[in-house]
Design a protein around this ligand. Structure first.
Ligand code: LRH
Ligand code: MN
Length: 403
């Protein structure tokens, strides 16, 4: 088979193991990862940034052409379907033209002025009603686009003690998610994302995995928890949270990114690649033990400094490599060493897989699948970034800190 011509026997067995693993690996890219984004201190615009839904589909198609692992793109309702349901036919046409399917649908309950004191948790029943209507519209859009997941993140919270009733807000949130769940079609999933703080800095209504798990269970059987790797205090053991969500059958998906301090939305594996490896290890071990998992892998990053196309391709390449490393852990040996409490040998069995340089194997897989052996180099040689920078220069909206 092409790509394996000059591989020794053991390498061929390794390829036999690795290639199907890489064939099955998929990770969803966020439309907003191609747009000009910034922080509250400003936004450095890139001439090639995407500002239209068509440009985002074009960029997503290029990432998939180069990596082979990103057939779907997550959409954010107000940013990508500003008119809601009436924008669906256009999106379907773009899916056709660019060969990229719409992925998770993200309601946006954090932009409208009326959500200052909350959306689904706002003391005003009227405002809560409008926020629930946006959830219902987002669920309909997902239905029209045959997207399985409605991925909900809420900025709701408060900035000062005593200014809001935390318990009343829990009650309103339970009602709103139960009402939303009632509008879901069979097979659809509601993913509840938690975040400890920002933009609220005293209390956030869905601040941690326990709150998200309770709300998802209270909403209904089609609701699960979404783990954004950037939404944890530095001292938290994320893979332990993942293990609990797997154990309770409540793990729905991930937003992968990396961080040094808080929700920095940096590129996956750029600060702590071992963190992603440990998360992947928990998922693969559960799968190897026969647990039926249905976990959506998604990227959620804002590329404020790196070239957006380069950052996205780099992220997918890192994810492919870290997934394969974790997939090659000798799980049987590890399980035996764990049971016999042989600590160092167990740890070395895990680290051995992490230290393995799988890049030649992934390159051989790409070659065997007709993909560019080095996607980042292929991006540079394609001239795609230069082309879109010329076409899009000066057309991007300047306002707003986010996409
Ligand atoms: C919030 C978040 C959420 C998205 C947004 C773009 O921090 O992680 O998932 O809606 O980023
Ligand atoms: Mn997220």
């Amino acid at each position: 088979m092409k790509g394996m011509t000059n591989m020794a026997g053991s390498q061929i067995d390794m390829a036999d193991r690795a290639f199907p693993i890489l064939d099955a690996f998929q990770i969803e890219i966020p439309s907003w990862g191609f747009a000009n984004t910034g922080t509250r201190f400003g936004k450095f615009v890139q001439a090639g940034a995407a500002s239209t839904i068509e440009e985002k589909f074009s960029d997503a198609a290029e990432v998939h052409r180069l990596t082979g692992s990103t057939p779907t793109m997550a959409l954010h309702v107000l940013w990508d379907l500003p008119n809601g349901l009436p924008d669906v036919p256009k999106v379907k046409e773009l899916e056709e033209r660019y060969g990229i399917r719409s992925g998770s649908i993200n309601p946006n309950l954090f932009q409208d002025q009326e959500y200052k004191f909350g959306s689904l948790c706002n003391p005003s029943a009227e405002i809560r009603g409008r926020a629930v209507q946006h959830m219902v519209d987002s669920i309909s859009i997902a239905g029209e686009l045959k997207s399985r997941d409605i991925s909900l993140w809420l900025p709701d919270g408060s900035n000062y003690p005593g200014t809001q009733s935390i318990r009343k807000r829990v009650g309103w949130l339970e009602e709103a998610l139960q009402e939303s769940h009632r509008h879901m079609a069979p097979g659809q999933r509601l993913l509840v994302e938690y975040k400890p703080f920002e933009p609220a800095f005293y209390h956030t209504d869905i601040a941690d995995w326990g709150m998200a798990l309770h709300l998802a269970q209270a909403a209904g059987p089609q609701a699960k928890v979404l783990v954004d790797t950037g939404h944890h205090y530095a001292a938290q053991n994320i893979e332990q949270i993942v293990a609990w969500l797997i154990h309770t059958g409540m793990l729905g998906g991930f937003h992968f990114n990396d961080r040094r301090y808080a929700d920095d939305d940096l590129t996956l594996g750029s600060i702590d690649p071992y963190q992603v490896f440990r998360i992947f290890h928990e998922i693969l071990t559960a799968g190897a033990e026969g647990l039926e998992l249905d976990v959506a892998f998604m990227i959620d990053q804002s590329h404020n400094m790196k070239g957006k196309m380069e950052a996205m391709v780099q992220t997918v390449v890192s994810a492919q490599e870290l997934w394969l490393k974790a997939a090659l852990v000798d799980r049987d040996a590890l399980a035996a060493l764990q049971d016999s409490c042989e600590l160092v040998r167990a740890e070395e069995t895990l680290r051995d897989a992490f230290w393995r340089d799988v890049r030649p194997l992934v390159a051989a897989w790409r070659e065997s699948r007709g993909l560019p052996v080095d996607p980042l180099q292929a991006l540079r040689e394609s001239g795609y970034v230069e082309k879109i920078s010329k076409e899009r220069a000066g057309k991007q909206p300047t306002g707003g800190s986010y996409a």
